[in-house]
Each structure stands twice: as structure tokens, then as C-alpha cells.
Design a protein around this ligand. Structure first.
Ligand SMILES: *Cc1c(COP(=O)(O)O)cnc(C)c1O
Length: 368
């Protein structure tokens, strides 16, 4: 079965092999060397002033960012399940929260965010997804961050890049906290979250908030290539392996190939009459809304060996989402669009002609 969900993504064989070695103790020079190298490679990926690894799923990093970087009031952008989660985290911690809410196919805008911060001078942090995985949309985070900093440079910009870091180039000049998770673009098992921090964020964190998710304790330890509590040694060994593998062709090659794969998938599926759900699609996934979404998804699994994701909440049974993150063999992606076309034939929607895979090939391989 091909795993084509936008997280978890498949873990490459060499990474699984690296993680299969004997357990090593985390307070040893041997592990510190692995930690140091992973950290070095993370700095290349994040381009931020500091990087911190946490033993938690992505949500742990979202919680750490909100609690450590908001003192007064959080503005959260809710255009899907993950944006909604930022607000829920604030509420759980008795942090004041205002929300800008959108339908799951609609990104926020610079104007809306500026209006919100001008209306409420208590807002000292903004939390937003770069790629909102609920509907597969891209928010204009870099433009928002730049505009916000011009109005008030003290407002912290928290960017959830869980389906964006390792997917596309992100301009971090005005971002204070950039979040990634292991099981999406980083092709690792779940359980490791990473935060990239600006110097301004480190200053605001000060002595930190909370206990396990206190970022000040982690910054202090991780600068010395160790962690405040037991490190997720196996996952960090895997992280070193995957980042080394990405290094072979380089990040630019990964970003370019992902963008091309995204374009080829979107175009191939549009050509056979399917509709792209978000008005500003992210590079991480293609989301199709269709009244036969759950039938297509079931057939993909039972007839053609492809596992794609469905929708959550009000989008359950209404959309399906195809992953584009990570190092994906091109023949797999071509099979996926071809399998979708086969489903449409089986459902009596459209006679099969091979147009989806042909379109994909033409775009991906640059044929005339
Ligand atoms: C998956 C995801 C998360 C949540 O991560 P968990 O690892 O499930 O805690 C947060 N934000 C985005 C955009 C995601 O795709």
C-alpha cells in the first residue's frame, strides 16, 4: 500500500536502518556528537537564530510556542483544525485569545491581520499555519509577518510550519518561531517536534514558562548539545540520517522537486475534471473536494493500493488529500494520479483515457 497521506509520510529504508542500531545513552559524547550534527543540519534547514528539539508531537511545540511567547493576548488565525488548535491551547492556559476565522479553503490576508492588531493593542503574539493541513491551503505568512513588524516589532510571529518546513523556501526574516514536526516533511516516525527561534523570541522567553515545555531550560541545554530531559535518541538518530540524505542533492533540489510535483499533481487532477479545494493551495498536498470523495478514497485503497487522507469535521467525506511532502519516487506520484483517474472510470464519472498520468509526465519531465 502506498502511503500518500500528508502525514505521517513513509520513512525511507536507510533512515529505518539507522534507527535500528543499539540504544545508546543520551548523556554520552557519542550521542552528543549526533545531536550536534543534527543541530547543525537543522540550522541550515530553519535559517533561524536558534533551534530546539522537543520529545513531543507537533502540538507540543505549538503549546510551547504559545505559552512561552504570549504575555498578554494571542491572535490566532483559524482556517482549519490546526489554526483552531492554537486558540484552544491559549484557552487551556488562560491566555487571552482573539481569533480570525475563515472557511477551510480560504487564507487570511495582510489587511485582516493588520486590522485586528490595530483594533486590539493587547495582542503581543500571532499564531498562524504556513500550510494549514486541514484543507491544504497556504497563508501569506511572510507578507503578514513583514507588515505586522512594521506596525509593532514587539509582536511575536509564531508560524506553524509542520507541513511547510522541508517543503518550500520560507523567508524567516520576520518570523520569531517556526515549528516543524517529525512525521510530515521530515519523513520520520511521529514524536519529535522542532522550533526555530529568533533572537527576539529568545529575549521574550526570558526564564520561560511551564515545566516540561519551558523553552528557556531547553535553550540552555541544547546550546551545549544536550537536552533538559531524556532526548528522543532514536528519532534524533533518524533525523541526522534524513537530513544527511537531503544534503546529498541539497535543499534547493528538494524544494524545486516538491513544487514541480505539486504543480503536476494539481494540473493532472484538474485536467480530468476534479476541483482543487483551497483557493491558495499549499505545496505540501493537493486537496480535492468532490461529492464522491469518500468513494474515491475507498476505491484508491481497495482497488489500487493507495492510501490518501480524507477530511475532518465538516469536511469528513467531502475532500481527499494527497501528500507531496518528502522524497517521493516519481513513479509513485504518477501511479496516484492514474489511480484517481481509474476510480472516476469505475464510478461512471469519466471514461479512462490516461490523461492524468500523461499530464503529470508532461509537466514533471518537461515534455512538449
Ligand atoms: C500535523 C499537524 C499538526 C499537529 O501535529 P501533531 O504531530 O499531530 O501533534 C499541527 N499543524 C499542522 C499544520 C499539521 O499538519
Amino acid at each position: 500500500m502506498l502511503l500518500f497521506t500528508p502525514g505521517p509520510t513513509p520513512v525511507p529504508q536507510n533512515v529505518r536502518n539507522a534507527m535500528a542500531d543499539e540504544t545508546i545513552h543520551h548523556r554520552t559524547p557519542e550521542f552528543e556528537a549526533i545531536f550536534a550534527n543534527s543541530r547543525k543540519l537543522l540550522f541550515k534547514l530553519f535559517k533561524t537564530d536558534e533551534v530546539i528539539m522537543l520529545s513531543s508531537s507537533g502540538t507540543g511545540a505549538m503549546e510551547a510556542a504559545v505559552t512561552n511567547l504570549t504575555s498578554e493576548k494571542l491572535l490566532s488565525i483559524n482556517a482549519g483544525k490546526f489554526g483552531e488548535r492554537f486558540g484552544k491551547i491559549a484557552i487551556a492556559h488562560n491566555i487571552k485569545n482573539v481569533e480570525l476565522k475563515y472557511e477551510w479553503n480560504t487564507p487570511t490576508s495582510v489587511e485582516d491581520v493588520l486590522e485586528a492588531i490595530k483594533k486590539d493593542s493587547d495582542i503581543d503574539a500571532i499564531a498562524i499555519q504556513i500550510s494549514e493541513s486541514a484543507g491544504g491551503l497556504r497563508h501569506p505568512v511572510e507578507q503578514i509577518a513583514e507588515a505586522v513588524k512594521k506596525v509593532n516589532p514587539n509582536i511575536m510571529i509564531i508560524a506553524d510550519g509542520i507541513t511547510a518546513v522541508g517543503v518550500e523556501r520560507i523567508d524567516v526574516s520576520n518570523i520569531d518561531c517556526l515549528i516543524a514536526g517529525s512525521q510530515k516533511a521530515l519523513m520520520l516516525p511521529p514524536g519529535l517536534a522542532i522550533l526555530g527561534l529568533s533572537s527576539a523570541a529568545i529575549e521574550k522567553i526570558g526564564s520561560g514558562k511551564g515545566y516540561y515545555l519551558n523553552l528557556a531550560s531547553e535553550i540552555k541545554s541544547q546550546k551545549k548539545n544536550t537536552t533538559a530531559y531524556t532526548a528522543a535518541t532514536t528519532l534524533i538518530i533518524g533525523l541526522e540520517a534524513i537530513l544527511e540524505q537531503i544534503e546529498v542533492n541539497g535543499l534547493d533540489a528538494l524544494y524545486d522537486e516538491t513544487a514541480l510535483r505539486a504543480k503536476a499533481t494539481r494540473t493532472a487532477l484538474s485536467t480530468i475534471g476534479l476541483h482543487i479545494y483551497p483557493t491558495s493551495p499549499a505545496e505540501s498536498m493537493t486537496t480535492i473536494d468532490d461529492e464522491k470523495a469518500s468513494e474515491i478514497r475507498n476505491l484508491l485503497k481497495t482497488e489500487y493500493g493507495v492510501n490518501v487522507a480524507g477530511g475532518q469535521d465538516h469536511l469528513k467525506g467531502k475532500i481527499f488529500r494527497i501528500n507531496q511532502m518528502g522524497l517521493i519516487p516519481t513513479y509513485e506520484s504518477i501511479w496516484v494520479v492514474n489511480a484517481v483517474e481509474l476510480c472516476l472510470d469505475k464510478l461512471g464519472v469519466r471514461a479512462y483515457s490516461g490523461l492524468a498520468s500523461q499530464t503529470y509526465n508532461k509537466i514533471f519531465f518537461g515534455l512538449k
